[in-house]
Write a protein that binds this ligand. Structure first.
Ligand code: DP6
Length: 323
């Protein structure tokens, strides 16, 4: 029996992943690009060799879908090493709301594969671990890396070259991401289900796929050149176009709540007043606002004046084994 613990930060996509070209391998229809964010984090302990399989999620035994997906990731790791998998205990906790569009599955699977690799003494390469994380949840392949991360689509039929790669470390650029928590409960439609339904029924989906790669090129250039205006514009438009593809699905997938639009309006008004921030929304009603470090306090004040809450996040480091 061996035990290991790993921590990982969530990431927020600036250029979104929304749709799969291969569901079995979990390969994306588009490239995507994200920022890993501290101090939010997931902490996961894996015991490799126990009496029976157990998943404990924020202190509560879990037998639902997430539990099966977690065991699936452990099975894949065991298959890669050619060794059998003993019963395992996985204890995982988030210090931020789970499944509310704050990328908890991203930090979750990133911490899981690192802890499982260490506990099983599998010694997989960083690339193999990044692919393993992707199979658990696509966005997780970006949370293994710190800072600014690009997940390329890859070309290999087996998906072995489709994973997150750092394009710049966390300390490359001292920006801020404000999190406006509109709802903290789990979302009504999971991201996998939401993106599959969009792919199947939205006439706007092909347009989404077609324009996404150019946005990633634009965002990468903006990050390397530290051009916040350029990055902000592409960030907001990527999110709005992703949501536009869902709004055109049949029936529509609508993650937004009234406060989501209030936050968007505050951000757009602040911009008109010369305080630069750009909004992004994922598979949930919460809003994240990218801005310069110096503008974070005044943007946060505008959001709280409008009756919202705002938490300030900073670029975070890579996932790591801590014990
Ligand atoms: C809207 O990574 O949760 O947050 O691969 O099906 O587990 P699965 O999806 P997931 O989707 C994330 C979607 C998003 C955008 C993004 O993070 O790029």
């Amino acid at each position: 029996m061996h035990t290991a613990t790993a921590v990982a930060h969530p990431n927020i996509a600036l250029c979104k992943y929304w749709g799969k070209r291969d569901a079995a391998l979990n390969l994306p229809s588009t490239p995507s690009l994200s920022l890993t964010l501290a101090p939010f984090r997931t902490r996961t302990t894996v015991t490799w060799g126990a009496e029976s399989d157990r998943i404990v999620f924020n202190g509560v035994e879990n037998t639902a879908l997430e539990g099966r997906k977690i065991l699936g990731a452990l099975d894949r790791l065991a298959t890669l090493t050619g060794l059998g998998r003993p019963p395992c205990v996985v204890e995982t906790e988030n210090d931020f709301p789970t499944a509310a569009g704050l990328a908890s599955s991203a930090s979750g699977f990133a911490a899981l594969v690192l802890a499982a690799d260490a506990a099983s003494k599998a010694g997989l390469s960083p690339e193999a671990l990044a692919v393993l994380a992707r199979r658990g949840s696509g966005s997780a392949t970006r949370s293994l890396q710190g800072g600014w991360v690009e997940w390329s689509m890859g070309e290999a039929p087996d998906g072995s070259d489709s994973f997150g790669r750092a394009i710049a470390p966390a300390d490359h650029w001292d920006v801020r991401m404000l999190v406006v928590l509109v709802r903290s409960g789990p979302k009504e439609i999971g991201s996998t289900q939401g993106m599959n339904h969009t792919m199947e029924t939205s006439p706007y989906y092909p347009a989404w796929v077609e324009q996404a790669p150019a946005d990633v090129v634009e965002a990468r250039g903006a990050i390397i050149g530290r051009d916040l205006e350029r990055l902000g514009r592409v960030t907001e438009r990527s999110a709005l176009r992703m949501h536009a593809s869902m709004l055109a699905a049949d029936p529509a997938v609508i993650y937004w709540k009234p406060e989501t639009l209030t936050a968007l309006e505050v951000v757009r008004e602040a911009r008109r007043a010369g305080i630069a921030g750009w909004a992004t929304m994922d598979a949930g009603p919460n809003v994240k606002v990218l801005c310069a470090a110096a503008d974070a306090p005044s943007l946060a004040l505008r959001l709280t004046t409008a009756g919202l809450t705002a938490q300030v996040l900073t670029p975070g480091g890579p996932a790591r084994v801590v014990g």
